[in-house]
Design a binder for this molecule. Structure first.
Ligand code: GLU
Length: 303
């Protein structure tokens, strides 16, 4: 498999890709990211790694963090977490309130905001030092000690996160939040504000492509749990565009409004892309294109 040649070709073709979409405007502190950044990094099962473009620049990981919190909660509580959050695609916007009313406070899945807020509540109830323990978890799976929150981004979201506060309060009214809504959202805004490079993201997701084992050999989740996590990323990882991503790319993955996309091909590789311009569904258009090129050129996907 000639990964290096493929990554280089993808980089060139992505530079020619039309400049579709805008940088997310929902968090004021993120508005100033330069829109035309592009990075890609792949970490393979054979031990080879290739990066191109801005793959060593820190990105606000935003919703990609929902995979990390879910893995951590799943590793602590196992199947019990599904009593409080479902595993179905939502077919609605990531921050929608409508479905919650009809479904009595049980979010459709852990990757829409309502679901991620419930997972944040679970972590708050089970971790001694939630924020620090969460950072330690990401540092462990990525093998990078320098991973941090961006306090300015967390504060900026806290000051403007009216809809997430609405979701938190709504969930609490249904009895699906145990802690103080304010504390849960403080944790949630911090998890979203974590900054990582494409290289660090690909390393952190590697265990999802490696039957639960990190690059350094530590088991985080068992094979059956990995199957469940990857199934959820395939069906729910791309907001209301998960079908489109599965159709075009054919890999489980997760996107964030900072422009990152991380995807895995089980037993083959973990790959991360970054391009801050988002389409109207909230996904990085050039990132999706790059990953479509990757599975097409390599001729491999989960299908
Ligand atoms: N912090 C953002 C929010 O809750 C994350 C959105 C995203 O990346 O999808 O709205």
């Amino acid at each position: 498999m000639n990964y290096q040649k493929t990554i280089e070709e993808i980089y060139v073709e992505s530079q020619e890709f039309p400049k579709i979409g805008e940088v997310s405007a929902s968090i004021p502190e993120l508005k100033n990211i330069s829109p035309d950044k592009f990075g890609i990094f792949i970490s393979t099962h054979e031990g080879t790694e290739f990066g191109k473009g801005d793959f060593q620049e820190k990105i606000s990981i935003q919703s990609v963090s929902k995979v990390f919190t879910l893995c951590l909660a799943f590793s602590i509580l196992g199947e019990k977490i599904w009593q409080r959050v479902n595993v179905e695609p939502s077919g609605n916007a990531f921050n929608s309130l409508v479905q919650l009313e009809n479904e009595k406070g049980i979010p459709r899945n852990p990757f829409i905001n309502a679901g991620a807020i419930v997972i944040a509540d679970i972590l708050l109830s089970h971790l001694k030092n939630p924020k620090e323990d969460f950072l330690e978890f990401i540092r462990e799976i990525s093998g990078k000690k320098n991973i941090q929150f961006n306090q300015k981004v967390a504060l900026s979201e806290k000051q403007t996160g009216y809809r997430n506060f609405a979701l938190g309060n709504f969930l609490k009214s249904f009895g699906n939040i145990e802690n103080k809504v304010e504390d849960v959202l403080d944790f949630y805004f911090h998890q979203c504000s974590v900054e990582m490079t494409c290289e660090e993201l690909a390393h952190a997701f590697y265990f999802l492509a490696n039957e639960g084992k990190t690059k350094s050999g530590k088991t985080i989740l068992n094979k059956s749990q990995i199957k469940r996590l990857n199934a959820l990323m395939l069906t729910c990882g791309f907001y209301d565009e998960s079908g489109e991503f599965a159709y075009k790319v054919g890999l489980p993955g997760k996107s964030g409004i900072g422009g990152a996309i991380v995807a895995v091909l089980p037993r083959k590789f973990a790959v991360a892309t970054w391009s801050p311009r988002l389409n109207e569904k909230g996904n990085s258009e050039a990132g999706m294109y790059a990953l479509e090129l990757l599975t097409t050129k390599l001729g491999i996907s989960i299908f």
